[in-house]
Write a protein that binds this ligand. Structure first.
Ligand SMILES: Cc1cc2nc3c(=O)[nH]c(=O)nc-3n(C[C@H](O)[C@H](O)[C@H](O)COP(=O)(O)OP(=O)(O)OC[C@H]3O[C@@H](n4cnc5c(N)ncnc54)[C@H](O)[C@@H]3O)c2cc1C
Length: 560
């Protein structure tokens, strides 16, 4: 391959990713009079998780909702590892974000896909949009001790032109990631943000928690079976949140051989207190009360007529973490992290708005909007006092060479093949859903081998395969993070179930797990205790403190 041409952009604020979080972040920064550039791997309004969501949950005391009850329900459904400061921010701001969307032209009757309102507003605001461009690398200042982030590098997936964006502040809103689970509409989400940030030294958290999205036994690879009606995004103002809690029952019962009925096998499930807070009913975000019906620009909505449903099985989005509880570890409510100049919002941020399980349908989408605005405010303040970013030509050339390396190799492994091996290693339910040290170690051994021996030898025939090569590397890193975090947390809590440690351990694990690259290049795993006043009342007997049961839990504790 000949040396790719290069496009250089200088901007005040760079936003990576144009879903709900990125759109709100870019629009907010632009409103403050800054020069703002937004880059997306796909097309804004059509990529990421945002276009697939249905309910936009808001909290509104005027509608009779009880703030204390919401907080109590979030705490218990998240099993006490939520961040209550981020929750406060959400409760204060979610309604305002809904009103923004309406002011920008969102309407239930829109013939176009509702998420395109975000794109329209970005264009109207004069945010510089660069689409179909994959960011692969965060840029850090030469010779600087504290490693400030000064922009990012990537390439066009059409022309293969390299792009270098120097920015005073960089906000990543690149969403979450999984392992390209078949049939689930987040194939483009491959944890790029976590991987890029980790490589330059950011701390990452929340990797042991599991996504709650279900599929059904009769058609497990069919997203449509579950998500009929998903084109009705933000069609109703949510005044109550219906769906919550994660039922791992079906997974456990596959494992134990029991019937796949909801009450037999136990595990954290719905059944949180009802009455105005997130809790209690429904089985997925699409079924929350906020998921009002509306026109369906992409089709009629509803399940495909040929598809029966059968019992629900967790794991449609295999490998995805809980929204708003997995990603870059924040050091403030404005999405700063341990690297100056780098900010994160939405699914790219481990805000722990939801803790070990999803707090309530609809809060992800609105949570991304709320965080986008708040984080942009922090990034704007930072950019206003930051120096012009500079990076030597040598540094740029060497990073660019690394980015295009898969195009230069004449032999090696195809990203598609490595991804298949990765999927075969992580998809079985007994690896990341029903966990055990032996199986986690076995998977980790395969994943580290792939990362060390195959990732450096990935080959790409064209720009599309170059994208796949980078995505594969990012997914491998994500798999390693998920396995190491799962091994480290030697208890069960929320959506993290360890067969060999089948009970909560409040003495040791009212804590968050942090992953970071050590000075020797190896992944370090540490924990940070949650503040004492966020803990549950430890004087309440265990069986009353936690009413949802994990299989084997009471026997393990001697309480059976
Ligand atoms: C099927 C489904 C249904 C859901 N239903 C609901 C619901 O009803 N209610 C609710 O509240 N939540 C729901 N969620 C969750 C919700 O959609 C997400 O939490 C929310 O949309 C996240 O927004 P975001 O902006 O943080 O990320 P995303 O919307 O995922 O946006 C990330 C953006 O970053 C871009 N990107 C990724 N990597 C790169 C890269 N390397 N370079 C450049 N750009 C990149 C992507 O193309 C994408 O546009 C659902 C999720 C799914 C998958």
């Amino acid at each position: 391959m000949t040396t790719a041409s290069q496009n250089q952009v200088v901007t005040d604020v760079l936003v990576i990713g144009g879903g709900m979080a990125g759109a709100f972040a870019a629009i907010t920064a632009k409103e403050q009079g800054l020069n703002v550039t937004l880059v997306d791997k796909g097309t804004v309004g059509r990529s990421g998780a945002t276009p697939w969501a249905v309910g936009f949950g808001i909290f509104d005391e005027k509608e009779g909702l009880d703030r204390d009850k919401w907080i109590a329900n979030f705490r218990s459904s998240g099993e006490y590892v939520n961040n209550l400061d981020w929750l406060d921010q959400f409760l204060d701001e979610s309604k305002n974000r809904w009103e923004d969307l309406v002011a920008w032209g969102y309407t239930n009757e829109a013939a176009r896909h509702p998420s395109l309102v975000l794109r329209d507003k970005l264009v109207e605001s004069d945010v510089k949009l660069i689409e179909r461009t994959m960011i692969t690398t965060l840029l850090t200042q030469d010779d600087s001790k504290n490693n400030p982030v000064i922009g990012a590098m990537g390439f066009s997936i059409d022309s293969e032109e390299a792009i270098v964006i120097l920015a005073k502040a960089t906000i990543t809103c690149a969403g979450a990631g999984a392992f390209k689970a078949p049939g689930f509409p987040i194939q483009g989400q491959t944890s790029d943000s976590d991987a890029m940030a980790y490589r330059v030294g950011a701390a990452i958290s929340g990797k042991e928690w599991n996504d709650f999205h279900f599929t059904y036994v009769d058609a497990p690879a069919s997203c449509w079976n579950q998500w009929g009606g998903m084109w009705q995004m933000i069609t109703g103002k949510t005044t109550d949140i219906g769906a919550t809690g994660v039922s791992l029952n079906s997974v456990y019962s596959i494992h134990t051989g029991e019937n796949m009925t909801s009450d037999t096998a136990g595990g954290p499930s719905g059944g949180q207190p009802s009455g105005g807070g997130p809790g209690g009913e429904g089985s997925g975000e699409g079924s929350g009360k906020g998921a009002a019906s509306g026109p369906s620009p992409g089709g009629e909505g509803g399940p495909h007529p040929d598809q029966s449903r059968g019992e629900q099985v967790l794991g449609a989005a295999m490998g995805l973490g809980i929204h708003k509880a997995e990603g870059i570890w924040p050091t403030s409510l404005q999405g700063t992290c341990n690297l100056p100049g780098l900010f994160a919002a939405g699914d790219a941020l481990a805000s722990m708005l939801c803790g070990s399980a999803y707090g309530g349908g609809g809060v992800s989408l609105s949570g991304s909007a709320v965080q986008g605005v708040k984080v942009a405010e922090g990034a704007v303040a930072y950019a206003q006092q930051a120096d012009e970013p500079t990076l030597s030509e040598d540094a740029i050339a060497s990073l660019q060479e690394a980015m295009f390396a898969p195009r230069e190799r004449e032999s090696g492994f195809s990203p598609a093949w490595v991804t298949q091996v990765l999927q075969n290693t992580t998809f079985p339910y007994f690896v990341l859903l029903v966990k055990h040290e032996d199986r986690l170690q076995a998977a980790l051994s395969t994943i580290t081998f792939l990362r060390e021996h195959m990732a450096p030898r990935l080959i790409a025939k064209d720009a599309h395969e170059l994208r796949l090569a980078h995505e594969t590397e990012n997914m491998l890193l994500n798999a390693e993070m998920k396995l190491r975090a799962s091994l480290f947390r030697t208890e069960s809590r929320g959506t993290h179930y360890r067969e060999d440690y089948p009970a909560r351990d409040d003495e040791n694990w009212l804590a968050w797990v942090l992953l970071q690259k050590g000075s020797d290049g190896q992944m370090t795993v540490t924990k940070e205790a949650i503040p004492d006043d966020w803990k549950p009342d430890l004087s309440i007997p265990y069986k009353e403190r936690y009413t949802n049961r994990f299989p084997g839990e009471l026997e393990f504790l001697g309480l059976a």
